[in-house]
Design a binder for this molecule. Structure first.
Ligand code: FAD
Length: 733
């Protein structure tokens, strides 16, 4: 078998080594365009120093690699003049050049034919081989030559970064944030050989332009970065070596193979450098490829299939984590107001692979500091300087919204016990009180319709009914008498998503015949094909609906509730005005975002006028329309800002169906990411739904500043169904 490996990076060299080990009888040739002693590139990081799979694959090179590791276990974050350290995070670094030297030596020893200074530019040359491994990097020539088979997708990052070195000594993996007149600059610094550290410098593209770096020479770039990081460099230099500013490309391919050609390493996939995994991934690809050929010596097709099948899920999971990490670094200006410890916690938990509990295991003093700072931020009692507080974890820190004091950050929203029939009777109230006895800081009711045509289904409770108002009063009394939980009441108008059959008969199935009621919406556009057409709201209808909301707010206040939550999400009436998909009006309530928001804001202002100043007002918003031409996350941030300016204190950002045609992002982390963005870009506090009822997840969200309150999911009952009344919040201040 005649094998060509294209590219002498870590992936290509390791594949050549391992194939020769598995099949010494094969001829393996490697072509690399650079000289063998090229010094491009600085250090690489292995986030897992054990590298057990490397030891198993080739003990000789493994020993040489780990012998050259520079190990460190501290991550340091420098921000706003403070440096905070978190221990217990073991990383290993080494110079890329040293790694390539080790691998080149080993490849020669095993009989790989290495040809340097040769650039392959003609794809027909590949035909001479039985197997061709394209390990030719992120800009792969092979991938581009056969793009119609590989079908690559390249997603370019939004910031600019350049890979530098420095002769300043760093003893930790250090993230540095420095504000300049052009914007925020950040450096990811890690030692990789005794006297030199790698320094990846990153900034927003707008900052890069503003600083004139787009037109600067390499020497000017270095001089500029030395000025920005002067304090950190302590008189030492920044070193450059082909240190161009780039946008990070996340590369994916629909297929990794084309006949006897296969992609490996960066040619097949990349993962943002902030997770430090590119080299390890490329070398692990090589291990999987060689072991597939160990199983199927001559059946190239089968070996390549198995290789892709094994590696793709691992790579895709890591790419997802890397995108989450990239999102944080690309938007670091969003967190510029965080303290150094809060920013450090946010960064350490950025890709959802490391949790609050895990960090406590790694460095309990770091988490003590986080707990204490979090508690202090929400506790107005002064502490004598120098004293340390024994603070509870963030889930059990109180939260003050206006004059409302919540004992902790846990929120329950139990579903009505009788399947959507609301506060009908003593039993329903008693069940809700049982939930509140669990100890959550806040309990939210179901959505009460503000008018009969505002109901979602006939089962919905209407706050306009005297019996509902009386039931709510009774509930508030019981909750306040028997528990420390505060009561939040949700009100809303279903708009064009109203007049549906009860949920137990399926989602969004319109009522038929005489049972149906007329619908209202921003424009006369049905929610879904075949659904009844709503009427476009006249000014008189807007006045009526606004007054319905105001009346409902007064009723909720008189009932003794502590917080009011307006539902403006999920395609209901208020959202139908906000979204360009459902609002096609040409009058003052349609067109730009400001005009589409005019009526929902009018409702909010009118409600705020009657809802007591001392009590917080909350709004539910969807994260997006999930449609290209719909409302997107940036618009939702702008809306949250407008709401905040008009006296809203809390936003509950939810994911899920909004528009019939939309395709919501349902993955577990989505609502947290959107809450994070809304909270930290608009300044409003947020309520975020958690996936699990673990304090680990809740503490993580709160300490990272991704939300201020956490809504628990309903708990499975002993009978196997969902019982909203079984949650008990344990612990606390
Ligand atoms: C700023 C930055 C920081 C990084 N930090 C880390 C880190 O800390 N840890 C980590 O694990 N990874 C890191 N990486 C990623 C890492 O460098 C790559 O993921 C890794 O090198 C991939 O190995 P590879 O063999 O697939 O590709 P490469 O290392 O890119 O090797 C490809 C080789 O192919 C050669 N080549 C290309 N085309 C041709 C051709 N037509 N003919 C002949 N030769 C050709 C190239 O010259 C090159 O030597 C970082 C990347 C960047 C950009």
């Amino acid at each position: 078998m005649k094998v060509l490996v294209l590219g002498g990076g870590p992936g290509g060299l390791y594949a050549a080594i391992l194939l020769r080990k598995v099949h010494p009888e094969w001829s393996v040739e490697l072509i690399e365009r650079n000289p063998s002693d090229a010094t491009y590139g600085w250090g690489i990081v292995f986030s897992d120093r054990t590298l057990a799979s490397f030891r198993e694959a080739d003990a000789t090179s493994y020993r040489e690699i780990v012998d050259r590791f520079v190990l460190w276990e501290v991550i340091e974050v420098r921000h706003l003049g403070e440096a905070i350290r978190c221990g217990g995070n073991v990383f290993a670094g080494m110079s890329r050049k040293v790694l390539l030297d080790v691998l080149q030596r080993r490849a020669r020893e095993l009989g790989v034919v290495l040809t340097f200074r040769t650039e392959l530019g003609d794809p027909s040359r590949l035909e001479a081989y039985d197997l061709c491994i394209a390990a030719d990097g992120a800009n792969s020539f092979v991938r581009r030559s056969f793009a119609s088979t590989f079908r690559p997708r390249v997603q370019l990052g939004r910031s600019k970064y350049a890979w530098f070195g420095t002769d300043q000594l760093f003893d930790a993996f250090t993230f540095i944030f420095r504000a300049t007149e052009h914007g925020l600059f950040q450096a990811h610094v890690y030692p990789h050989i005794g006297a030199v550290a790698t320094m990846v410098i990153e900034c927003a593209e707008s900052t890069w332009h503003a600083a004139g770096l787009d037109e600067a020479s390499e020497a000017e770039n270095v001089a500029f970065c030395e000025r920005v990081f002067r304090e950190d460099l302590g008189g030492h230099r920044i070193l450059a070596n082909k240190s161009d500013w780039l946008s990070f490309p996340t590369i994916r391919n629909r297929s990794w193979r084309h006949g006897r050609l296969v992609l490996l390493g960066d040619a097949a996939h990349t993962a943002h450098f902030s997770v430090g995994s590119g080299t390890k991934l490329a070398m692990e690809d090589a291990i999987a490829l060689a072991s597939a050929f160990g199983r199927h010596a001559v059946d190239v097709e089968r070996a390549l299939d198995e290789y892709e099948l094994e590696r793709r899920p691992v790579v895709e999971a890591l790419q997802q984590a890397a995108l989450e990490s990239q999102e944080v670094f690309e938007n670091s200006a969003r967190y510029a107001h965080f303290s150094a410890p809060a920013l450090a916690f946010h960064l350490l938990t950025r890709s959802s692979r490391i949790s609050y509990d895990e960090l406590r295991r790694r460095d309990s003093s770091f988490i003590d500091r986080i707990d204490s700072e979090f508690f202090d931020a929400h506790d107005e009692r002064a502490r004598p300087p120098g004293t340390r507080r024994l603070a509870p974890p963030p889930a059990f820190a109180p939260l003050r919204l206006r004059r409302l004091e919540l004992a902790n950050r846990v929120v329950l929203a139990p579903a009505p016990a009788d399947g959507g029939r609301g506060l009908r009777g003593e039993a329903a109230s008693a069940a809700l009180v049982r939930s509140a006895l669990g100890g959550a800081g806040l309990m939210l009711t179901e959505i009460f319709a503000v008018s009969p045509e505002g109901r979602i289904t006939p089962d919905c409770s209407g706050i306009y009914r005297a019996e509902t108002a009386a039931g709510l009063r009774r509930l508030a009394e019981l909750v306040h008498e028997q528990t420390d939980t505060k009561l939040g009441v949700q009100i809303g108008h279903a708009g064009r998503r109203g007049s549906m059959r009860p949920r137990r008969e399926g989602l969004d199935r319109p009522l038929e015949g005489g049972a149906a009621w007329p619908l209202l919406s921003a424009s006369a556009i049905a929610y879904a094909p075949g659904h009844p057409l709503p009427s476009e709201m006249t000014r008189a209808a807007m006045d009526r609906v606004r007054d319905d909301f105001v009346r409902a707010a007064r009723t909720v206040d008189r009932a003794g509730a502590d917080l009011l939550q307006l539902h403006a999400a999920q395609g209901y009436l208020l959202w139908s005005f906000l979204s360009p998909v459902s609002n096609r009006r040409t009058d003052s309530w349609g067109g730009s975002l400001e005009r589409r928001a005019a009526f929902p804001l009018e409702v909010v202002v009118a409600v705020r006028e009657v809802w007591p100043d001392t009590k917080p007002l909350s709004v539910v918003l969807s994260a997006s329309d999930w449609l290209d031409d719909g409302l997107g996350p940036d618009d939702v941030v702008a809306i949250a800002r407008m709401l905040h300016d008009r006296g809203c204190d809390l936003a509950h950002v939810i994911t899920g169906i909004v528009q019939f045609e939309g395709c919501p992002r349902y993955d577990a982390y989505a609502s947290t990411l959107h809450s994070d963005r809304v909270r930290n870009e608009s300044g409003i506090a947020t309520l975020v739904a958690v996936r699990s009822a673990t304090t680990d997840e809740i503490n993580g969200i709160l300490a990272a500043g991704r939300g201020d309150l956490c809504l628990l999911p309903p708990q499975p009952s002993e009978a196997g169904g969902f019982d909203p009344h079984t949650i008990v919040v344990e612990g606390g201040a």
